[in-house]
Design a protein around this ligand. Structure first.
Ligand code: ZN
Ligand code: ZN
Length: 217
């Protein structure tokens, strides 16, 4: 029963975390702040002061929960609530740390080293925060097999490579690799296994740029 029905419990884990976050946020006066989930795989949470939003990684919160690391979920919420209370200029300074500890966080600036992580090169996430991992670039689009055994466009996977969402063919990227082409902007011509092929006008040739050394512009 449990396994076959896991799909039906999909929203519950995240909804419980959403409710937990909402309760903690409200208790600390953040009633006009919004809580959302995102699909980050390399960072647990982020506080966006301009829009008064606290955003937590659905894949990581699900991973923590499935590993029984409920303290880590709570710690992530408290960490971001402390940022919201401290204000934008404090980052992880003494003011932030004092607030964090007062509200029950450890006050550590980074996630505990023993917390579960998602470290595979290719990670696909669905809207419910399920994660699929691959060691090689997936071919074609796919949908989450835990949400639906058949292809279903309500559960499309978004793939990231080492935590970064890839640029599409035809979009523009800036080269960040050190060297002659640093800062050059070009158009993605092809997305290969680990690199983009980028057409840079003026370069007179195609550059091959590792994914981690190009950023969307
Ligand atoms: Zn922080
Ligand atoms: Zn799913």
């Amino acid at each position: 029963m449990g396994k076959a029905r896991s799909g039906s419990s999909v929203p519950d884990v995240l909804e419980a975390i959403r409710a937990q976050a909402r309760t903690i946020m409200d208790a600390h006066g953040l009633t006009d702040w919004t809580f959302v989930f995102d699909r980050a795989v390399r960072r647990a949470g982020v506080t966006r002061f301009d829009r008064k939003v606290i955003s937590l990684s659905a894949p990581l919160m699900r991973t923590y929960t499935e590993a029984g690391a409920h303290d880590q979920v709570r710690e992530t919420i408290l960490h971001e609530v402390a940022h919201a209370l401290a204000g934008p200029r404090h980052n992880h300074d003494a003011t932030w740390r004092a607030i964090a500890r007062r509200i029950g966080s450890t006050g550590l600036r980074t996630v505990a080293p023993d917390a579960p992580t998602i470290e595979t090169d290719w990670v696909g996430t669905c809207p419910a925060g399920h994660t699929m991992t691959r060691h090689r670039r997936p071919s074609g689009i796919g949908s989450c097999s835990r949400c639906s055994p058949r292809f279903d466009d309500r559960y499309l996977l978004t793939w990231t490579y080492r935590g970064t969402q890839l640029a599409d063919v035809g979009t523009r990227v800036r080269v960040t690799a050190p060297g002659r082409w640093t800062g050059a902007v070009g158009t993605v011509h092809r997305v290969a296994q680990t690199r983009y092929h980028v057409v840079v006008s003026g370069a007179g040739r195609l550059l091959t740029v590792p994914f981690e050394h190009a950023e969307p512009v």
